[in-house]
Ligand binder design. Sequence first.
Ligand code: SF4
Length: 423
Amino acid sequence: MNVNDTERMYALLEMLNYEPVSRPEDASLIIINSCSVREKPVHKVRSEVGKYRVLKQNNPRLKIGVGGCVAQQEKGKLLVDLPILDFVFGTDSIDKLPQIVQEVTATNRRAASAQFTHGEPYQIETLVKNPGVSTFVNIMKGCDNFCTFCVVPFTRGRERSRSLREIVADIEKLTVRGVKEVTLLGQNVNSYRSPDDGAGFAELLKRLATETDVKRIRFTSPHPKDFDEELAEVMQTYRQKIMEYIHLPAQSGNTEILENMNRGYTREDYIAKARMLQQKISGAVLSTDLIVGFPGETEDQFEDTMSLLDEVPFENIYAFKYSPRPNTKAAKMSNQIPEIVKSERLSRLLAKHRAQAFEMAKKYQNVTLNVLVEEFHDDENFCFGHSTQNKSVHFDGTRDLVGCTVPVKVTEATPLLLYGECV
Ligand code: SF4
């Protein structure tokens, strides 16, 4: 979502005739788009701003701003803590960026804009300067789930969905500009509900598959508790367009920890859902997010997360140590786990998955996959793209293949990258 927001900022600033430069020394405006999903990036924002102190001293006309979730969370406090900062804008203020930049530049006054626009309809036509083959499309924002570890409801606000009609029209326009693949974005995409007629996420996918010329549809992230059979059936019916790759964040493999996380499902529910997806969607490929060292997590409870990898064949996992976030319930829990224990558990989990991933990669050997070509690298004459299973694929090719879907036979399979030849 942050990558998409950054693209939007570029497009908005272009309207003010700003152009990107490759060195900070040449910039008249520097914006740091921030993430606060874990603790480290919050510190990074402060040190990143600090890096430009000398530039600001040498060029007082240089303006520096911080946007994104850290800005939303810290608001005007960032201006107090970082005297060289000129402006702060939160997640609902991205579209005000041109106005903020103009005001700050004209008046030399510092500004903070970090109010949520809860009551307003969520209308956000995709703005992207060079959309390329694949682009992101916001369909909803915010989250009402309040998982006890997660800062998102505080930094992105309550759930709001775009109208289905508007999304269809937006994607049609993108396809006219050459876009072949869209990734539908939202904190919780499958709680999407069109404000016009109450249509849900399954209906949205169906309409995009049948009413637009987009060649490939993917989405992130769905919530396991909201992934129903109807959605799986739509994915299967329109599999020519909808990727069979599903990122299904589990977070833990232990029911008690899941309850303490307020995830709304048990270990058994999660496993049953993963099996339902594998049964209903041919060739379904799963990946997940996992947190180790959530407050109070015992060794046995962590072992349940380890054993979840034996129950569900995740081709990829995104595993992290629990990190206390401001305003969240879990941050106030008294039974925090020592860093050393979290680090050790994370290493064990990653090592286990690494071994499994090598084994799972073998199934792609000599298999022909449909690859949407996203890039051509003329230094080595190779093409790069993703298969419908979301596997990164690299093969010898030519520039004219960019934007085409081509069959590629895999000649070497590793967990992160498949090498092949166009057949
Ligand atoms: S569903 Fe996702 S975004 Fe929402 S609170 Fe839980 S982890 Fe955060």
